[in-house]
Design a binder for this molecule. Structure first.
Ligand code: PLP
Length: 415
């Protein structure tokens, strides 16, 4: 064990203003457990989520039943906008009335991309990048064939991500929409959204940003940056739980100019008149299609409340400290281990996770899981260290990477 790095981690933990937040999470009580390093893929549950879910079953659902949709001061019917605004305030730098919770990220991405195209008639191109998350690429491929659009691909270096200059080269008078991730799911590269929004607008196009890997990990300023539409998931850094619903954002002055394609009764003006014909509800509500996923929103609210209390700037500061320490530990390993850092070394361009690579990391990752260290593997050869700031200590990082070094030194198959 590298005593010097362990000592430094202990000092960082002792001075960590967010250290006490670990107590807000359901403890991991498993023999041999060392560290959870996948908070960017499935965030850990809060104790409040557990309590609030139980209270929902007994109270609002179990006792008040159907009345909970409409009665009281927090009727379920309003949760899409309410929880959307809670996320917007704590994490998105977005004024109220522009964010709703609904569907999955995949479905909302489809709805938002299709909606954006209705505001740019006559343009027939969507700009995207080769290393965007698979679902984003597949959805846009589907939309292109459905709507007769062509896709203009930016070829991305998977160790980095989309540069503003690449968008400037790709976007032009045929471009209706630019779609990219704020934080790249593999490298953790932070795209320069304000610059890319300006470039997109200069070309007359709209920008749709996928915030799955940035929301809850670093400050986002959707309103100030001029982002037109955004989507993100709530089960990563927001701790909403497996399959928790996504959020979608449409800039206020665009809301009357876009039409999303899944015209359901819950996004209609006056849904309970059950009248003929679809008329979109006013404002952001029109993005909703079907019955709001109330059970799924309960842990989201608990997670977002935790982020609001800790503050996104303090979270970003610790996040940068954790990823910098992880890179320092990997840099302290001998070159003979052959491990590469595939994330930006510039902390301002790096999100909340670090990817390291080596040819045998699929097996190494499996060995780590057996030894109580839980990162994830991303093909072809990357291990992603997702360091959720509210429940990961600096000591966790050093200990977990020490297990990784031991596994690699002995060979992945050795006991
Ligand atoms: C995790 C993630 C998704 C997930 O989409 P789902 O519909 O929730 O499966 C989408 N896009 C990005 C960039 C992601 O990181």
């Amino acid at each position: 064990m590298n005593a010097e790095l362990l000592q430094r981690a202990a000092e960082l933990d002792a001075a960590d203003p967010l250290a006490a937040y670990l107590n807000e999470f359901v403890p991991i009580d498993e023999p041999g457990f060392v560290a959870y390093l996948d908070g960017n893929s499935l965030g850990r549950p809060t104790k409040r989520a557990a309590a609030d879910l139980q209270a929902l079953v007994a109270g609002a659902w179990g006792t008040s039943l159907i009345r909970s949709w409409t009665d009281g001061d927090d009727p379920w019917m309003q949760w899409p906008e309410r929880v959307g605004d809670e996320i917007a305030t704590a994490c998105l730098g977005a004024a109220s009335g522009q964010t709703v919770v609904a569907d999955s990220t995949t479905v909302l991405l489809y709805k938002l991309a299709r909606a954006a195209l209705t505001a740019r008639p006559g343009r027939d191109e969507i700009v995207l990048d080769t290393d965007n998350f698979p679902t984003d690429r597949y959805v846009l491929e589907g939309i292109a064939s459905e709507c007769g659009m062509s896709l203009r691909w930016i070829d991305t270096d998977p160790r980095e991500g989309v540069h503003a200059e690449q968008v400037a080269e790709a976007a032009g008078e045929r471009t209706a929409l630019v779609v990219l991730s704020h934080v790249a799911y593999r490298s953790g590269w932070v795209a320069d959204l304000p610059a890319i929004a300006a470039i997109s607008h200069q070309a007359g196009a709209l920008l749709l940003a996928d915030l799955c890997h940035s929301v809850g990990a670093l400050p986002v300023q959707l309103d100030a940056w001029g982002v037109d539409l955004a989507v993100g998931c709530t089960y990563k850094f927001l701790g909403g739980g497996p399959g928790a619903p996504a959020f979608g954002y449409v800039r206020r002055d665009l809301q009357d100019h876009v039409r999303q394609p899944i015209q359901g009764w819950m996004g209609r003006a006056d849904p309970f008149t059950m009248g003929p014909g679809y008329q979109p509800a006013a404002g952001i509500r029109a993005l909703v299609s079907g019955t709001p996923p109330i059970v799924g929103m309960v842990p989201v609210r608990a997670g977002v409340d935790l982020i609001a209390r800790a503050g996104i700037d303090a979270i970003r500061s610790k996040s940068t400290g954790l990823t910098s320490l992880a890179i320092d530990v990997v840099d302290s390993w001998p070159d003979s281990l052959g491990v590469q850092v595939n994330s930006p070394r510039d902390a301002t361009r790096r999100g909340g996770h670090v990817t390291i690579s080596r040819g045998d990391f699929r097996q190494v990752n499996a060995s780590l899981w057996e030894r109580g260290v839980i990162p994830d593997f991303r093909a072809p050869d990357g291990i992603r260290l997702g360091l959720a700031p509210l429940c990961t200590s600096y000591t966790d990082v050093v200990r977990a990477l020490e297990v990784a070094r031991t596994v690699m030194t002995r060979g992945a198959e050795a006991p």
